[in-house]
Write a protein that binds this ligand. Sequence first.
Ligand code: GLC
Length: 638
Amino acid sequence: MAMGISEMSFHSTTRLYAQHFCTASPFTSPLRKSAKVNHRRSLRARTWVISEKLHNFQKINLSQPLQSRKKFTECHCQQASDIANLSHDEANSTWVQDAVNKVSQVLGSTNGQSAIEFENGSAAKHGEDPTLVMPEPAKNLQPKKTRGSSLVEDEAWRLLVESMVYYCGSPVGTIAANDPLDSNKLNYDQVFIRDFIPSGIAFLLKGEYEIVRNFILHTLQLQSWEKTMDCHSPGQGLMPASFKVRTVPLDGDENATEEVLDPDFGEAAIGRVAPVDSGLWWIILLRAYGKCSGDLSVQERIDVQTGIKMILKLCLADGFDMFPTLLVTDGSCMIDRRMGIHGHPLEIQALFYSALMCAREMLAPEDGSADLIRALNNRLIALSFHIREYYWVDMKKLNEIYRYKTEEYSYDAVNKFNIYPDQIPPWLVEWMPSKGGFLIGNLQPAHMDFRFFSLGNLWSIVSSLATTQQSHAILDLIETKWSDLVAQMPLKICYPALEGQEWRIITGSDPKNTPWSYHNGGSWPTLLWQLTVACIKMNRPEIAERALEVAEKRLSIDKWPEYYDTKSARFIGKQARLYQTWSIAGYLVAKLLLEKPDIAKTLWSEEDAEILNALNVMVDPTNPRRKRGKVLKKTYIV
Ligand code: GLC
C-alpha cells in the first residue's frame, strides 16, 4: 500500500525519537533498576513537545536545568493532546477535579457531597507496584439512590469511576478488574484495550469525553513502539493488548520518579497471542468518540490518520490467503486462549469489517490515500459477500449442506470448501430452530465450526456485515434459544461447550476452559452492551430489556463477576474475577442505551448502498463476470 512518504517518515521518526527519549541506552536505563519493568518498551511520560512542523522535533526536558526539572518530581508529563502539539491546547491539568465534579453530577450527589470520594484528585491510581496507590476499598462508598437511576446503576458508576487509571494526573483508561481482596491479579491490573471499549462508551454516553480522548492518543503512542518477542518484531500497526502505568525512579535523580506506560503486545500475555482485535476496537472507539462528542479534530490529526492507516496496512497486507477474511492465530480476540478459533474466526471478521467501515468514514480524502481507500472498499465488498454467503446457516442452508456432494473440482462448485456433510454436529440438527439462523464460528477448507459465537454474531448486526434479514434471524434465534444463550445470566460467549475428547484435543485439556466455564460456554455479562446495540439497531429493544432485567437481579449481589459457569449460568465462574470493569461498563452502556435508544446509532454502521450494489452484481446470474468472482475491477498492492 502506498503510504505517503511524509506520513511514514513522521511515524518512524516518532518512533526513533521516542526510543531515544524513552530508553536512552538500555544499559543505563533506570528501568533496569526495577526488576518488574521491561526496559525495551515502556513509554515514558517526560515533558517533550513536537513542534507544529511535524518533522521538526524539539525535546525540552533533558536539556532543562535540574532546577526546573525538579518541580516535575511527581509527574513529568504533558497531556496527550500536547504530544503532537496540535489542535487541543486547553490545559488538562484540572481534569481530575473536573471529573470528580462532573461524575458527582452524573451520580446526582446530594448535600453538595460527591458520591465518589476523591482526595487530592489521586484516589484512583492502580497497580501492584508499591509506588502506585491503590484505591480505597469500596466499603466507605455506599451507593446512593439518585433520581431516575437504580441503586445498582449508581453502584456501577461509582465502581467504574474507581477503576479509572491515571497517567500523570489524567485519566487514560480503566483497570480490567478491581477487586481489592484479590491477591493474584496477574494482568487484571492493566488497562486492556478491548476491555476499555465499554468503559469508554459509557463515558461518552455520559458526556465524559476526555478519558476517551486520552486513551485514544496514548494508545496511539504505544502503537508505534518497538516490540519484539524472541528477536521477532510484529507489524508496526499492532496495538497492545493492554498497558500498565508504572512509577519508576527518574534517571540520575534518586529523589524523583516518573510514570511510564508499559504496553503488552502479547509478549507477556498468557499464550503469547497477538491482540488482533485491539487495533480494530481502537478504530471503532475513535469513530464513536467523534460521533458522540462532535469533536472531529482527534480523528483529523495527522498522527491519528497515520495510526488508522498503519492498522489498515497490517490488516490489508497481501498474504497466501485465498479468502478475504483475516487470517489469525488462536486466541487473538476476546477469547484469548486456545479454543479452536484459529484461521478465520467470526469475531475477528466482524470487527475487521466494522473497523473498515469506520475507517472509511474517517480517512481524510487525499492523494496519498486513494489506493488505500480503494483497497479498503474492495475488501469490504469481498468480505461481506464471503461472510453472508458462506458463514450463514439456517434450516434451509443446513439441509443444503446435508445433501452436499464432495470432491467437486470446478470454478462453480456448490460445495466450494469441500465440506463433508457428516461434519454437521448432531447437536445442531436438533438445535437449529425453524425460524432463525446464525453465522457460524469459523470456516476453513473442509471445516465448518458450527458453534454459535455471540460477539461475532452481534457485531455482524451492529456493523451491517449481516444482511437485515440475517440480523433479524440472529435475534430470532437468541429469543428462541433463550434458555441456552441467556438462561440466568446474559450472554453465553459461545454455544455449545466443547466436551470430552473434543475439549481435550481442541483446548489442550485447558483446566480454565472446562465445559460451560470461561471461554468454553461460560456466560459473560459484558456482552450485554453489544446485545443492546444490536437489538436497538433492529428496532427490537425488548430483547435487550429482558436480558438486562435478568442481569440486574444478580450482578451487584454477585460483585460484578467476569463470567458465570454452568449450562444455565447458575454459578459465578470458577476463576472469575470480581469487580470486573467490563461487566460493570457493559451493564451501564446497556442501561444508558435503553433509556436513550437514539444515541445507539452513534455506535453502529448502516448498510452501505455501494456495497449492496456491488453484492447484487456479484449474485446476478446474468452477469458473465460473476462465476469467478471477478466483479471487482482492480487489485491493489498493499
Ligand atoms: C481475559 C479475557 C480477555 C480480557 C482479559 C482482561 O483474559 O479472556 O478477553 O480482555 O481477561 O479482562
